[in-house]
Design a protein around this ligand. Structure first.
Ligand code: SAM
Length: 278
């Protein structure tokens, strides 16, 4: 059986009793036009090794396998889905590799060599910790991923891409935009998923930036943003009092609020105050 003669995804789901489980964040994409569009918008160059988290019944996986990617390395926690992917694996002629397990416990850099990207319709309950883990990998080595193209709840996608001063701007925006250029590729209504989630969804593409050699430690950026956004409307001279000696060096007005500082100001502050005196 070739990739073009596979049974419809709805038949695969019923043959394997793959009724969606909420606890596993299962909202499946069954329309090939949508999954093909996502893959087209991501831009998959020839020879790319793609990591997919949560292939489920394999809709997005089919589209990835029809792209010029060298192969797909899929991590799936649900053994029913792993069984349901059997025919697709056979049809993929060695280009689909499946690991059954918890994506939070897997270092996806060990799955396949570079050039590598993660493309996934993520389980929403673990999407943010997964993203933070991959961003940390990019901090360690900006070549770890060519890009990350990830489906989130739209509200999370907006938090990743938010500009200063808006209500979505916070820790996630600062950390993600420090390490990557982030933009929303496509915004999708609940009706394209089975079962439909309660909220809209969006795919974010994150392309790594090359960091200067004197960049602050990842933990220092986590620390300063955690402190700042505990009180996003407070003046930074109170929320970031421990960093006050560095405000001038970072070009920060002590009366500004956390939500008004730019990504560059946070990074400069983290760099100057890696060891704040508290
Ligand atoms: N990619 C499929 C699609 O687009 O139709 C399914 C996406 S669904 C939103 C999320 C998938 O992640 C499900 O297949 C679910 O079983 C899987 N999943 C949930 N938690 C997981 C975990 N901790 N590790 C790996 N996969 C997980």
């Amino acid at each position: 059986m070739g990739l073009d003669s596979l049974p419809p995804l709805r038949d695969v789901i019923s043959a394997h009793g793959l009724q969606a489980k909420k606890s596993l964040g299962q909202n499946f994409l069954l329309d090939q036009n949508i999954t093909d569009k996502i893959v087209r918008l991501c831009g998959v160059p020839e020879g790319l090794n793609v990591v997919e988290i949560g292939p489920g019944p394999g809709g997005l996986t089919r589209s990835l396998l029809r792209s010029p990617a060298a192969g797909v390395w899929a991590v799936e926690a649900d053994s029913r889905a792993v069984a349901a992917l059997g025919d697709l694996k056979n049809a993929a002629a060695g280009r689909l590799h499946i690991l059954e397990g918890d994506a939070l416990a897997v270092d996806v850099r060990d799955l396949c060599p570079t050039p590598r990207a993660v493309i996934a319709n993520l389980p929403y309950n673990i999407a943010t910790p997964l993203l933070l883990g991959w961003l940390q990998h990019l901090y360690e080595d900006h070549g770890a991923y060519e890009f990350l193209a990830l489906m989130f709840q739209k509200e999370v996608a907006q938090r990743i891409c938010a500009a200063p001063s808006g209500k979505a701007y916070g820790r996630l925006a600062v950390i993600a935009q420090w390490l990557c250029e982030a933009k929303i590729l496509v915004d999708l209504p609940p009706s394209v998923f089975t079962p439909p989630p309660k909220v809209r969804s969006a795919v974010v593409k994150l392309v790594p930036r090359r960091l200067p050699a004197d960049s602050p430690p990842f933990a220092a950026v986590e620390r300063v943003t955690a402190l700042a956004f505990q009180g996003r409307r407070k003046m930074v001279r109170s929320s970031l009092g421990a960093y006050e000696a560095h405000f001038e060096g970072a070009g920060i007005d002590p009366q500004a609020r956390a939500e008004n500082l730019s990504v560059a100001q946070y990074i400069r502050l983290a760099q100057l105050g890696s060891d704040p005196v508290s």
